[in-house]
Design a binder for this molecule. Structure first.
Ligand code: GRF
Length: 200
């Protein structure tokens, strides 16, 4: 199960990877918190079922959380991947899929959590940044780290507000996410003292 909010290039990388049966994972459905996004078009092109639950269509956040949880449970996924999903998941969702929600973040956590990881790192003046694939817990980008990839920051990155840097991060991020999801699907995982252990 993959949740998206935007262009869905991470979703596309997963769709492409699942074309090979040896990859070990299939995508059962794609969920979104908004419509009209490229991520949903990618799902449709791949023939995947999809649904949209917009927060504003529900009386409050708890109702949205309950509806999203129910919709995802209906597909009985082993893993939920939030790939550029720009909403904070609610407590019901996190309880339902505890330890099985995988998020990708465009910075080296625990530095620069939140929605502006790329530009916050750039503004801070770091020389390296990157991406983090981690399990989701109740905090914002605070769950156990599974894997990280490093990207160097150049002087030129300050000129365009971080767009080129984000593109370089996303190139690394897509590969890292594909690797991690495949390993989790094929080998399983357990969590020991915040360390994510993948057997093989
Ligand atoms: C990724 O860099 C993700 O980490 C961030 O937004 C980007 C989503 O890209 N939160 P895409 O929608 O997968 O192309």
């Amino acid at each position: 199960m993959v949740l998206v909010s935007g262009s869905g290039t991470n979703l596309q990388a997963l769709i492409d990877a699942t074309a090979d049966p040896a990859y070990g994972a299939v995508i059962v459905a794609v969920g979104a918190d908004r419509d009209g996004i490229a991520g949903l078009e990618r799902a449709e092109r791949a023939g995947l079922p999809s649904f949209v639950h917009r927060v504003k269509d529900f009386p409050d956040r708890a109702d949205w959380d309950r509806a999203l949880t129910g919709a995802v449970q209906g597909y009985e996924p082993d893993l939920v991947v939030t790939a550029g999903f720009m909403k904070i998941l609610g407590p019901e969702f996190i309880a339902a899929f505890a330890g099985r929600i995988v998020n990708t973040h465009p910075a080296l956590l625990p530095a620069f959590p939140g929605a502006h990881g790329v530009t916050d790192a750039l503004a801070y003046g770091v020389k390296v940044t990157g991406c983090t694939v981690h399990l989701v817990d109740a905090g914002v980008d605070t769950g156990p780290i599974i894997a990280q990839g490093v990207v160097e920051v150049t002087d030129a990155d300050h000129a365009d507000g971080g767009d080129a840097l984000h593109e370089r991060i996303k190139t690394v991020e897509r590969q890292l996410l594909v690797d991690v999801v495949g390993r989790l699907a094929r080998e399983g995982h357990r969590i020991e003292d915040r360390k994510v252990r993948i057997p093989a």
